[in-house]
Design a protein around this ligand. Sequence first.
Ligand code: 5GP
Ligand code: MN
Length: 401
Amino acid sequence: MEEIEREIRSKLSGLERRIEVESSRRWAIHKCQRDIEKLRQELANSSHWTCVSPHPTESKRLIPRRGLPSYPKYTLSLETIKALKRPTFNLWQWAPNEMLSCIEYMFHDLGLVHEFSIDGVTLKRWLLSVQGNYRDNPFHNWRHSFCVTQMMHGMIHLCRLQDHLSPTENLILMIAAVCHDLDHPGLDNTYQVNARTDLALRYGNHSPLERHHCAVTLELLSRDETNILSAMEPGASDEIQKGVMELILATDMARHVQIMASFSQCVEIFDFQNLKHLRLLEQVLIKCCDTSNEVRPPQISEPWLDFLLQEYFMQAVREKMEGLPVSPHMDPEKVSKSGSQVVFLTSVLIPMFESLTQIFPQLEATMVHPLRGARDHYRHLEVEEARRLLSSTPSEGTVAV
Ligand code: 5GP
Ligand code: MN
């Protein structure tokens, strides 16, 4: 009996040592990635910036001075322009400034700049300010905003939303995509509520993060130098701001079940003339774009999962330090990469995208199919991991012999 115990203990400490070594390597890689992102941000945020925020939180946020915004003008190649409309777009190869240019291009391409007489310089200043108001988090950062916006641009083209929705509705979708996680602190709503943060107190524990993203969005649109809606009648501008708020608030995953239940009721009898149906469709569209990483090819989506888990683990460390409850899906001791993806793909992503295919069948091949592929891949990994774990655990028979 003692021998068995000794053997198990020695295997256990071997495994623990391995975990230590492997995690220190992983953290070193993450640190390098974060340093790279930080340096890129520094390059992007030139000396044209000053600090202001509607509700200054821990770190100072940036908005530009009135001066002419300066970032190099990139001419996008035809290949890039085509690729920008597809979920296969390689979003890792672009520096922060280049992402600004790409989004600027999307607003022109969709005819929004022309339709709403958006001043070109104001558009640049607004985009620079939005970029400056994303923090340097592993996941909720400017590149995430870019991804969500690029996916929305792709959806608009793929689903021919310009034929189905008004220009105002298309503008709302794009502004909401760019702004939806503004000034995200890298700690989720559960943390905000449990830690009784300023945001949670300010918003009475109701979607504090999403309400904060809305507040920063409105703040930027309220300043002359960054108000891309300034050429509109006040009524039209109010309608757009209200629409953007509704969509940003819909990104709170705590509302997922309720939104999907309402959407599934209207999807079979969907009517583009019915405003209630349209509002729900727009909410589901932004939710799909917000969580669409797994629609992308594996080599593009996988780093996002690592960054998401890194942000989760940083939150878990902080919660443990502060004596707060740790959510099981964030606890490094309880989470497996494949397990977390199988659950998310099966219970959230696939049903949500499938319901959208009832209105837009063309999403089946471009989006639902890759999602099923990702689910099968992670299921396979999960089985492999379980098998490896079993084979490294001594069975009674082997030890007794
Ligand atoms: P966001 O915080 O970006 O506005 O809302 C999306 C939320 O959905 C994320 O915070 C995260 O909790 C969840 N999410 C998005 N993509 C993934 C994913 O690929 N895997 C898992 N497990 N969760 C995801
Ligand atoms: Mn998001």
